[in-house]
Design a protein around this ligand. Sequence first.
Ligand code: IPM
Ligand code: MN
Length: 348
Amino acid sequence: MAHRIAVLPGDGTGPEVVREGLKVLEATGVKLDLTEFDLGGERYKKTGDILPDSVLEELRGFDAIYLGAIGHPDVPPGILEKGLLLRLRFELDQYINLRPVKLYPGVDCPLKDKRPADIDFVVVRENTEGLYSGMGGFQYKGTPHETSTQVHMTTRFGAERAIRYAFDLTRKRNDIRQLHLVAKTNVLTFVHDTWWRAFNEIGEVDYPDIKREYAHVDATTMWFVKNPEWFDVIVVENMFGDIITDLGAMIQGGMGIAAGGNINPQGVSMFEPIGGSAPKYTGQNVICPLAAIEAGKMMLAHLGEEHAAARIEAAVVKALESGKIRSLSAGKMGMATSEVGDLVASLV
Ligand code: IPM
Ligand code: MN
């Protein structure tokens, strides 16, 4: 049976990279039944629709969602992000944002002396709580007494399910069996105390075979640069996870290759390149599609098509090792977006 995929190309360069991702997915021979949705900035500007309830209900019926990018230069910040991307994550309860950080051979790493063997870890970012809860507001807005709050909401339930997911992943990923909790327990003494106790209690009782490590988030940014080889799996709350995975993307070669999955293990998951819509490169056929291709790979693995996923990864590595792609930065690849897609598809 074909996997039913909702395709949301979205804004900016989203459609260009999604096209290449689909090309590579098709080359695997895995049967996909694709339905495209035109959600994003253009539709919002035309009709005022962001995510109609009827579309949301339809999306619940798919096996997975393949997303390009959300974000439009003519739409004020927050509207599409909150109304579309975050709403999808929350409504579909995609409580894990899974972001692998892996340096492939043939990719330029900005860190001196670091090799592919040194940079290969996975960040498990909690994806529905923390500062993203949307709780808070203004008091006396526009006056000298203006007050604003943004609540860092943490539930034991939310922390626990992310932590359990991360422990399970650590167990099956390799023989290293080491999980880092990244937080800021010395300052966020309430919300991160919940995380700290959940991490240790769950680890002690249910995962005695996994070594538990802890790093403050500020120190983590330092270790990502200095000793990325220390990490195997990281579990982290939402906002800190957002921040450290941009740094992670840079040490694996940049937004041109960084992909992620918004996972609901019991529901509909959504896969995306983690970079934005890159409006200034829209329509120029110069943006690197490897991140979208990698997102497609993660989607196949999630759908149980591990073999096809491994073939995509092997093809990406071969394409990179061929030396044909000069850089993963937009406009510097020495190849067009579509040519990179062709190259990878030909190697699958
Ligand atoms: C990401 C993005 C989003 C986030 C934005 C666009 C809302 O930065 O996927 O990392 O903060 O999660
Ligand atoms: Mn981000």
